[in-house]
Design a protein around this ligand. Structure first.
Ligand code: PMP
Length: 352
């Protein structure tokens, strides 16, 4: 606390990100990065951009990257907005599109940045409980509200919503903005991007951090019809007209275009997820059905904090949350098969 703070700072509860350790040699399964890193073409494009153009300001409109993303979805470049990680795209979305008279609705178990943004921007919100199986029930979102945001698949549960249910919600709420945060959609979720054409109230947000292995470069984007995208552009231009630097623009463009690399690695991750889920169940874990690059699991015989601590002492990092109902769950990012095997061996030892 300080008397120099603006009043809003007193009410902020900063988002606590997953740990990014400086020690090497850890099996790092705590923040859902790709174990494989980005396409080699992205690395090449980044070194090229480093050598050639760092002297110059980047393109503030990110024209080439937006055009490439738009093209793969059959959209127009001006229906795509890019930002410094999907976190920044979300921040602009909260400020520009989700601050209305009624409360913003989102699940009680979800990406914990949402309440943080609401406090930062003074947005009233209501968290809707997930059901007994930790599923989001869209019938509960048909109440009066200002707007809706849902991650699909949800985080940290990994559970996906069928597209037909999302579409039915969009149809029922034509006067509210509905944001679908698809950070993990490439690992088996059903993307709402094809619905953008039909629903002017839909904004879909994705990231290159997970399935494109570029968490360190910070690139995310939103797609939606012009009025929604224009709102984000207005916020961005008032905040930082150069959200992506030249390296991010070059690396993201090359990564986006390398479809073959992307498909191959997401399939590897999905296969490893299935293998790891089966092995965890064999060890007695309850594992939620995941459409993401992580599993959410708890062991009936072990307190989550103790289990996470014992893994940590064996140099394996997983993520734990202290919120009610999920305090005993571990969120385990899918690593390489070798990393998953190290995790399973450690768990076998701990649980015997
Ligand atoms: N949405 C969800 C649901 C997430 O879990 C994350 C990752 N923490 C993000 C958005 C943000 O990802 P990034 O800023 O790396 O694009």
């Amino acid at each position: 606390m300080s008397r120099f703070w603006s009043p809003i700072v007193h009410s902020l509860t900063p988002y606590v990100a997953g740990e990014q350790p400086v020690i090497s040699g850890l099996v790092k399964l705590n923040t859902n990065e790709s174990p494989y890193g980005p396409s080699p073409l992205a690395l090449e494009a980044i070194s090229q951009a480093t050598a050639d153009t760092l002297r110059l300001y980047p393109d503030p409109t990110a024209r080439d990257l937006r055009a490439a993303i738009a093209e793969s979805f059959g959209l127009d470049a001006n229906e795509v907005f890019v930002g410094n990680g999907s976190d920044e795209v979300l921040a602009h979305t909260f400020q520009g599109l989700l601050n209305h008279d009624g409360p913003l609705l989102f699940p009680d178990i979800t990406y914990s940045f949402y309440p943080t943004y609401c406090r930062l921007y003074g947005i009233a919100f209501q968290q809707i409980p997930v059901d007994g199986e930790m599923r989001v029930r869209l019938d509960d979102y048909r109440r009066p509200c200002g707007a809706i945001i849902l991650p699909n698949p949800n985080a940290p549960t990994g559970i996906g919503l069928p597209l037909a249910e999302v579409e039915s919600l969009l149809r029922d709420r034509p006067d509210q903005v509905v944001v679908i945060d698809e950070a993990y959609v490439d690992f088996g979720g059903e993307s709402a991007v094809p619905l953008v054409r039909h629903y002017p109230n839909l904004l879909v947000i994705q990231t290159l951090s997970k399935s494109r292995g570029l968490a360190g470069l910070r690139v995310g984007f939103a797609v939606g019809q012009r009025p929604l995208i224009e709102a984000l552009e207005r916020v961005k231009d008032s905040f930082n007209s150069y959200p992506l630097d030249r390296l991010a623009l070059a690396g993201a463009l090359a990564a986006w275009k390398d479809r073959e690399w992307f498909e191959r690695h997401r399939e590897l991750i999905v296969a490893s997820r299935q293998r790891l889920a089966a092995a965890l169940r064999e060890l007695g874990f309850e594992v939620l059905p995941s459409s993401a690059n992580f599993l959410f699991a708890r062991h009936p015989g072990k307190v989550g904090a103790v289990l996470a601590g014992e893994l940590r002492s064996r140099k394996i990092l997983v993520r734990r949350f202290s919120a009610a109902r999920i305090e005993d769950f571990l969120r385990i990012s899918i690593g390489t098969d070798e990393e998953c095997d190290r995790l399973l061996a450690a768990l076998g030892e701990i649980l015997q």
